[in-house]
Design a protein around this ligand. Sequence first.
Ligand code: SF4
Ligand code: SF4
Length: 109
Amino acid sequence: MISKPATGKYPFVKCVPAEGFRGQQVFDIGLCVSCGLCSRDCPAKAIEMVEVNGKKRPLFYLDRCIFCYQCAESCPRNAIKATDIFELATTDKSSLVVKPTTTQKNSGA
Ligand code: SF4
Ligand code: SF4
């Protein structure tokens, strides 16, 4: 008679992404060797190498990213890691530009 609701009460109730969900990648500048392979291999051209303290580091344009994780696959130092961060909706596109600073979540905001 009364079945369980098909939808959850997000955002009032935290949503847990399914196993294997591909969320925002995070970058660890301490592991990066500035090789540029992540940028070279990104199929969406979502990574630009920018200079930080004299070294080239990846800057991510999340509005272009298709969350394929090729960048993480290509990185020889495991400096780019998968997460299940999915709350990226915004009215401010600049918040989707993630600059290479420190180990980060969505630091563009
Ligand atoms: S996840 Fe894919 S599309 Fe997004 S930055 Fe990495 S390689 Fe590019
Ligand atoms: S592939 Fe890895 S080590 Fe090379 S520039 Fe990208 S994040 Fe840095």
